[in-house]
Design a binder for this molecule. Structure first.
Ligand code: FRU
Length: 486
């Protein structure tokens, strides 16, 4: 009998709220040596209730300390998603000429007793490194009655035009605005009509510049757009990205507009955006997503808390197979948590399985390099009845995750579905995987961050085995390393 306690399913190295509901990451900003992570939060229930901004702080992106709630609902509505920036030059006049933090978020107002909702953009500011927040008395700073869905402002400073730029989800497109002071916004352009996926409402956009292949003289802009869950699409909520050029007002995408590029091939990486104001000496673009899916987010079987973030990931643009792709790698800070547990070199699967059979783990990192002529699968979080499968078919060069027997799956009929992804590999029968298993999650990074699966799983607490299966008896594990992350 599997009893679900408060700690059962709780990850150890992913951010989760102390208690109650979490969805989108919000307002991520780096300031005075601290990474701030705000999040959509209902502090009084494990369901999607009136939204607040929860808050956590970390000095290294991996150890988080939850703070008091940063923003609470008020007469303009509840606090939906948004971003935060450092106003270095006090363009707002909030900080007596010093730098300070400004949050730009959506006020979502639901007129009582009606179907009518109003979404407008507002400001709050903090002069004490995010510990306390004051809402701007001139709120809202941006509204437009033409749109019902008008939300999730992501603001960046555009150095070439010396303006703030806001990218906002406007129904099935994004709108771009500019401002000298974060208070007065001017419409610049709209992007997205007949471009990319429109399988759901557009939400939580982001826009940032990256160098290509680490060459700072070659850059491109990346736009991330999440799309909401609709009943007819079993995938639920998903995130797409575009590459292109941006001049401070207009984004022009590179791709053939019919082609959709998904950020993640798993089901549970939604509404992700990137940190603002990472110092240029560091230079990274760091992303975090909400590790769930609106299709079943309110039904997942945790007790006392609900919702987790993905691992923070560094995003880069790299040429792979003649194409420029968005690559994701968990931030290097995770290596500071590593405690080596098992390390095998050039091993047969039989030898490896003998060693793996000695282990019982629910939270770890596994890195492997495997060569086989036939399909293989890693079986994770196994018991007699349960297993989560990460599999590869060399004939199709396809990687897949199968969670049909992963544990609790019956809370939604579409939960255990999945789609495979084609891998680019140096040789079709050799695959490199970096896998993070943690409580109720599985993140698979294949081909050095090119293919990613982020998936929730809800195994029994005694499902802690692991092993490797292949039809190829000559399969070789060039390397297999397992680390505890403490
Ligand atoms: C995305 C989203 C946002 C909205 C927020 C509300 O998951 O729907 O568009 O601001 O969640 O919690």
């Amino acid at each position: 009998m599997n009893v679900i306690s408060e700690q059962h399913f709780r990850p150890s190295y992913h951010f989760t709220p102390r208690e109650n509901w979490l969805n989108d990451p919000n307002g991520m900003v780096f300031f005075n040596g601290e990474y701030h992570l705000f999040f959509q939060h209902h502090p009084y229930g494990t369901f999607n209730g009136p939204m607040h901004w929860g808050h956590a702080i970390s000095s290294d992106l991996v150890r988080w300390e939850e703070q008091q709630v940063a923003l609470k609902p008020d007469e303009l509505g509840v606090i939906f998603s948004g971003s935060a920036v450092v106003d270095w030059k006090d363009t707002t006049g909030f900080f007596d000429g010093k730098p300070g933090l400004v949050a730009i978020f959506t006020h979502h107002y639901h007129e009582p007793g009606t179907e009518h909702a109003l979404q407008r953009q507002s400001l709050a500011y903090s002069a004490d490194s995010g510990r306390t927040w004051v809402k701007y008395e001139g709120n809202p700073v941006l509204s437009d009655d033409r749109f019902i869905d008008f939300r999730d402002p992501k603001v960046i400073w555009h150095e070439e035009t010396l303006k703030w730029v806001m990218i906002l989800a406007c129904g099935q497109t994004v709108c771009i605005y500019t401002s000298p002071n974060l208070k007065d916004w001017e419409f610049a352009s709209e992007f997205g009509q007949n471009i990319g996926s429109h399988d759901g409402v557009w939400e939580c956009p982001d826009l940032f510049q990256l160098s290509v292949d680490g060459d700072s003289s070659r850059t491109k802009w990346v736009m991330i757009v999440s799309i909401g869950s609709e009943p007819e699409f079993m995938e639920g909520s998903r995130t797409q990205y575009f590459t292109g050029e941006f001049d401070g007002r207009t984004f022009v995408h590179d791709e053939d507009s019919k082609r959709v590029r998904w950020l993640d091939s798993g089901r549970d990486n939604y509404a992700g955006v990137t940190w603002s104001d990472i110092p240029s000496e560091d230079g990274r673009r760091i992303f975090i997503g909400w590790m769930s899916n609106w299709k079943y987010a309110g039904l997942t079987p945790t007790e006392g808390w609900r919702g987790a973030m993905t691992t923070p990931r560094e995003l880069t643009l790299e040429s792979r197979n003649g194409e420029i792709k968005l690559i994701q790698r968990p931030v290097r800070e995770f290596s500071t948590l590593r405690k080596p547990l098992l390390s095998l070199k050039d091993s047969t699967l039989a030898d490896a399985n003998a060693r793996l059979a000695e282990l019982a783990l629910d939270s770890y990192e596994l890195v492997c390099d495997i060569q086989t002529n036939e399909s293989f699968s890693l079986r994770l979080r196994t018991s007699a009845e349960q297993e989560t499968v990460v599999g590869y078919r060399p004939d199709l060069t396809e990687l897949f995750v199968d969670r049909t027997r992963s544990g609790k799956t019956d809370f939604h009929k579409d939960f255990s579905g999945g789609n495979p992804i084609k891998l680019t590999t140096t040789s079709p029968n050799r695959v490199e995987l970096r896998i993070y298993v943690d409580g109720s999650s599985l993140e698979v990074f294949a081909s050095d961050g090119e293919a990613v699966f982020t998936n929730l799983i809800f195994p029994d607490s005694d499902a802690m085995g692991l092993g490797i299966v292949s039809e190829d008896h000559n399969a070789i594990l060039h390397s297999l390393d397992i680390y505890l992350l403490s």
